[in-house]
Design a protein. Structure first.
Length: 153
């Protein structure tokens, strides 16, 4: 997982990358605003469809140490949907253990079941309210980057 140290008031602070896979510009802007405000991760990458996400994550030159610490993945994406992205990431030895949180407005039981069947770590419905959406993003980020203990790749 990608970790980068930066100097903050003379101390080394470890920061890690988050990949946001989101095609809705409004949801992208809200998520990025909340993530930047929390200051937990300062390396944010956005992919706007499933193909772009896979190209980024499965780059042949990318070592497992260069992967993001967390992927926030929408289900309803152009070109390649989030479930297919998830399935392919779980089949790949390099990305198999990558923490992936599905963020979707879908309330379909089939989407939730399929997400877990394909190996997501969590499924969260996107709140419609901006404040709730922002709070949810910060909670997800804090849990996965600060509290969760992931295996070393």
């Amino acid at each position: 997982m990608l970790s980068r140290a930066r100097q903050v008031q003379g101390e080394n602070i470890v920061t890690r990358q988050i990949l946001l896979v989101e095609d809705n510009p409004d949801d992208e802007a809200l998520a990025l605003r909340a993530l930047k405000k929390s200051a937990i991760a300062d390396d944010l990458v956005v992919a706007r469809d499933g193909v772009e996400a896979l190209d980024y994550l499965l780059d042949q030159n990318k070592a497992s140490a260069d992967l993001p610490a967390l992927v926030l993945l929408d289900i309803n994406l152009p070109r390649l949907d989030g479930l297919e992205v998830l399935r392919r990431l779980r089949e790949n030895a390099v990305t198999h253990h990558l923490p992936i949180v599905m963020l979707s407005s879908s309330r379909e039981e089939q989407d939730i079941s399929s997400s877990y069947e394909y190996g997501c770590n969590s499924y969260i419905r996107k709140p419609v309210d901006f404040k709730k959406f922002s709070d949810m993003i910060v909670l997800v980020e804090r849990y996965w980057l600060n509290l969760n203990e992931a295996p070393n790749a």
